[in-house]
Design a protein around this ligand. Structure first.
Ligand SMILES: Cc1cc2nc3c(=O)[nH]c(=O)nc-3n(C[C@H](O)[C@H](O)[C@H](O)COP(=O)(O)O)c2cc1C
Length: 467
């Protein structure tokens, strides 16, 4: 027998409820309430084999927490085509033992009904901010506070904009603004909406605020003939990201982590400098991921245009020599990750005054001097060497071989090697394809968002430190 889709289930449930309501002369909503009450009564008398109803029973009408040890997820469903997949996500999360509550935005109700969401949740889905009964019962503040993670799927462009700017004009955004917990977003939208500068600005703001992102993926859009980056991550991917959130939380608790990020600027004179194209996105994402995992993080950043990550202590520097000084000041640390693209050379004869262009004068010649090698200096320290020293190798050819050579020369423990040839779009882009190089060999990672690279790296670090 072919498997039943969520849409078919939704249709069948609605049809059955309408029939039942027509027969009894009551409203569909009343029928749903009766079914939920009956189900609760049945669960009260029989041992339930689904762990979630057991947890739900523990959430009393007065709003007590879920059963001890059971993680509570608040799923906010936004108004996008992908909302139907979130019904499957509810099932996937419950299968994994999470207690799930649901909120639908007004727009989401155009795509899926509170009825089908409620049927899968095993309790009603919340939709109203200004609803006296809901507010007295659970209320937007308790919805936000009595959970361990909020998942927004699909996260529409609109929801992301509202979150980035602190709006709270409906139940979903009010709960998000009141949240004291971690938030995971699964964006889903048309590729043009996703690429829009406003969405990317909001995304950067949200990441800086400590929000974690899963997806979006590349592929076919609902709109005929459109494809690109913007498809919501699949329910299984989101469920895995939820599990990662709980696994990561606390994985680096009590550890001191040092991260460098961005380029350095090496002055030619007070107004000119030599720089490179590093954006700081990868280093900042690593600092944010380490902080999310409970580490005490010091981020030493060169000049970048990305915001400081929240929950991280940030030291801003300009030159390679300032960066080395700041790194040494920040020791001791258990882990040091050198993601900054430090200039190899500085101008030896930098002018103290602006070098003037005068008619007839020869073009000035810039003599270069070698900058200190921060990675090698720290990796070769006799005292206060971090247990794990990780470097980055930005290469344009022979990536793995050059990285292995760099690992030996610098004396570090791991190198994350990436191909930064302009055609890869990695420098300044949002995605990265890296290989983790250690004395154990070369492990190629698939193309990932820079946040996912950061999360994967932090998980590996946590594993290595534990050993
Ligand atoms: C057919 C249709 C499909 C839509 N799909 C999406 C989508 O996938 N992603 C998105 O960000 N907005 C989408 N929108 C626009 C949102 O529904 C709209 O911005 C709405 O205000 C979002 O409300 P919410 O963020 O409160 O859920 C779609 C609109 C329509 C009419």
């Amino acid at each position: 027998m072919p498997s039943i889709t969520i849409r078919q289930l939704d249709e069948a449930l609605k049809k059955k409820l309408r029939l039942r309501a027509a027969r009894s002369g009551r409203s569909v909503e009343d029928e749903v309430r009766t079914i939920l009450r009956e189900a609760a009564d049945e669960r009260g008398s029989a041992a339930a084999d689904d762990p979630v109803p057991a947890a739900k029973r523990a959430i009393s009408r007065s709003g007590a927490a879920a059963a001890p040890g059971r993680k509570r997820v608040l799923l906010i469903i936004g108004g996008g085509i992908a909302a139907y997949k979130s019904l499957d996500l509810i099932r996937r999360l419950k299968e994994r033992g999470f207690a799930v509550r649901g909120v639908l935005t007004k727009a989401a109700e155009h795509f899926v009904t509170p009825l089908s969401a409620g049927a899968l949740l095993g309790e009603r889905a919340f939709t109203e901010l200004f609803d006296a009964a809901s507010e007295l019962d659970v209320g937007h503040i308790r919805l936000a506070r009595e959970c361990d993670l909020i998942v927004v799927a699909p996260a529409t462009g609109d929801l992301m904009a509202k979150m980035a700017n602190g709006h709270a004009d409906d139940l979903a955004t009010a709960a998000l603004l009141a949240a004291g917990t971690r938030i995971l977003l699964a964006p889903a939208m048309n590729p043009h909406m996703w690429a829009n500068k406003a969405t990317q600005r909001n995304l950067a703001r949200l990441i800086a605020d400590g929000v974690t992102i899963v997806g979006p993926n590349e592929g076919e859009m609902a709109e005929h003939g459109e494809r690109g980056l913007g498809r919501m991550a699949e329910p299984l991917e989101i469920a895995a990201a939820v599990e990662r959130q709980f696994a990561e939380a606390g994985a680096l608790a009590g550890k001191r982590v040092l991260v460098t990020s961005g380029p350095t600027h090496e002055p030619i004179d007070p107004v000119r400098y030599i720089a490179n194209r590093s954006s700081g996105k990868q280093g900042h994402a690593i600092a944010a991921a380490a902080a999310s995992a409970g580490a005490s993080v010091t981020l030493i950043s060169g000049p970048v245009n990305v915001p400081d990550p929240s929950g991280v202590s940030v030291i801003h520097v300009e030159t390679a020599r300032q960066m080395l000084e700041a790194v040494q000041q920040a020791l001791p640390a258990e882990v040091a990750i050198f993601a900054a693209a430090v200039a190899d050379w500085r101008v030896a004869n930098a002018g103290e005054q602006k070098i003037k262009k005068k008619p007839g004068q020869a073009t000035p010649e810039l003599a270069l001097a070698e900058n200190p090698d921060i990675l090698s200096t720290i990796a070769h320290r006799k005292s206060q060497r971090p247990k794990l020293v990780i470097g980055f190798a930005a290469e344009t050819e022979n990536v793995a071989a050059n990285a292995q050579d760099k690992l030996r020369r610098k004396g570090c423990d791991w190198i994350l090697a990436n191909d930064v040839s302009p055609s890869t779009g990695i420098m300044g882009g949002d995605r990265n394809t890296v290989a983790l190089v250690s004395t154990g060999g070369v492990e190629q990672w698939p193309p990932l968002s820079k946040e996912d690279v950061a999360a994967k790296l932090v998980a590996r670090i946590a594993g290595a430190i534990e050993k």
